[in-house]
Design a protein around this ligand. Structure first.
Ligand code: ADP
Length: 472
């Protein structure tokens, strides 16, 4: 493995997490094992020393009560009856003169300086291993108040072998724990970091142009899952914005070409053929009209795009819808009269919505404009408002020509115009704008229509409770 790859691995969060986790796990296991071994070996040693301690206490008692001479006699008698003494025994007088030494058969010779300077008033313990052997001898030494020193020794080989065995088992377990710590740490950090790796892979894909790439979510409900969901939501929003911009651009390119071409042809024709101020003026007026159409189309397309992508700035306030309906109806009253159409309103006061008043005015104007445009002389148009649960619903109904059923699913599309509507003025953008603006408000619009029987649009907006009258 190259050194640059190694250093890259070492810098990864996965490696660092694993290392930290493994170190913590191993260190705490080691501490636990060491404590357990110390406690266990302490218990075993204490058990083993019990006999030696009892012997020392017994001989100390005899020496104190009957003198050192008697003690030597008692020990001799004890060991003579045993023939083969199990214990090492040594009694030294206060001057350091050896009064008795008994060495169990089979013991390796002890060095002469083994007990040099090792006599204290409380029992002292010494463990000695004869060089190049597996034997262990343990001694308990005690100096009595009159200066006599008693040393009792025993074979500790079995016990030390048992403890060595313990050590080997503990070392084996520790090694397995270390291995398990590293493997489990790697697996765990791998699993934990999988969502981050997915996120990185998604960002890389997007960087390479795959804009539809999304982070897989695991539905675990944890923070990383939430991050993935938020990231996907952000990507979806960006995609919508991009798609909206692309659509708007396509529409602009498509729809502006016609009036722009008409204006160009008009100017060229006027320049080549028009004679006199009147003809030029007419050509200029045609141009101004086409220009106006271009400007309106552009503004409306931009408005739709903003409303659809959620970037339209809405000045939300408590809007008196009944008032707004009356106001719009008044504006269209003259046009209705001109066309011989009766315009009726029906909205009880106290109908309020949380909305941008100027945008809702635009919605109402578009729907009213269409209702009058597609009505027949002698017909009637109704604009009504009512409460519908927590929403307010506004109906714009006409008894005009109606919409063919195959057109209904398409009327809210940008630039869509019904075949029969081509004889009427219009851009095919009114209903798209209406729907986008209502959606931006959290509202919606539905339509019911039958050819020859008129059309009914009903739009809804989130309602607000009317302000309670202030009592005098
Ligand atoms: P336009 O500028 O053509 O009116 P709109 O987006 O406002 O564009 O409407 C799209 C199409 O829906 C119209 O071309 C027409 O065919 C149909 N339409 C809309 N409103 C009505 C209505 N009140 N009665 C009949 N047809 C309608």
């Amino acid at each position: 493995m190259s050194s640059s790859l190694l250093s890259r691995i070492r810098r990864t969060t996965g490696f660092r997490l694993t290392a930290r986790y493994a170190i913590l796990y191993i260190a705490s296991s080691l501490v636990l094992f060491i404590i357990a071994y110390m406690l266990l070996s302490g218990v075993v040693r204490e058990q083993d020393r019990k006999l030696l301690r009892e012997k020392v206490n017994e001989y100390a008692f005899i020496e104190r009560s009957r003198g050192v001479g008697q003690l030597v006699d008692v020990v001799r008698r004890d060991t003579e009856s045993d023939e083969e003494p199990d214990y090492y025994m040594r009694i030294v007088d206060p001057a350091g003169k050896e009064l008795l030494t008994l060495i169990p058969p089979g013991w390796k010779p002890l060095p002469s300086n083994l007990f040099e300077g090792k006599s204290e008033e409380h029992t002292q313990w010494y463990l000695w291993q004869p060089p190049d052997t597996h034997d262990f001898y343990e001694f308990a030494a005690r100096r009595l108040p009159d200066g006599v020193t008693i040393i009792v020794g025993g074979d500790a080989r079995e016990r030390e072998e048992l403890l060595a065995q313990f050590q080997r088992i503990f070392t084996g377990i520790t090694a397995s724990v270390v291995l398990f710590g590293v493997v489990a740490g790697t697996l765990l950090s791998n699993r934990t970091l999988a969502p981050i790796r997915d996120l990185i892979a998604t960002v890389r894909s997007i960087d390479l142009g795959r804009l539809d790439a999304r982070v897989p979510t695991r539905h675990t409900g944890d923070e990383l899952d939430e991050l993935a969901s938020l990231f996907n939501a952000m990507l979806a929003r960006i995609s919508t914005l991009i798609a909206g911009m692309r659509d708007a651009l396509d529409n602009v390119a498509h729809d502006l070409r016609t009036p722009a071409t008409r204006a160009k042809v008009g100017i060229e024709t006027a320049l080549q053929t028009a004679v006199g101020e009147g003809a030029l003026r007419e050509a200029l007026m045609d141009c101004a009209e086409e220009n106006e159409r271009i400007m309106t189309t552009l503004t409306t397309l931009m408005d739709i795009s903003e409303a659809e992508t959620g970037t339209m700035r809405l000045n939300m306030e408590r809007v008196d819808l009944a008032g707004l309906i009356e106001e719009c109806a008044e504006l269209y009253e003259d046009l209705a009269q001109e066309q011989g159409i009766t315009l009726v309103t029906d909205a009880a006061p106290g109908l309020y919505a949380q909305a941008d008043a100027s945008r809702i005015r635009q919605v109402l104007a578009n729907l009213l404009d269409n209702a009058l445009k597609y009505s027949r002389p002698g017909g009637s148009v109704l604009v009504a408002g009512r409460q519908e649960g927590h929403s307010v619903a506004v109906t714009v109904r006409d008894d005009g020509e109606g919409i063919p059923s195959q057109d209904i699913p398409r009327i809210f599309e940008r630039l869509y115009r019904g075949d029969k509507s081509r004889t009427h003025r219009g851009l095919g953008l009114g209903l798209s704008l209406v729907k986008a603006v209502l959606k931006a408000h959290g509202g919606d619009i539905r339509v019911k229509s039958a050819v020859g029987n008129g059309t009914e649009f009903v739009f809804t907006l989130p309602g607000v409770a009317p302000v309670a009258p202030v009592s005098a």
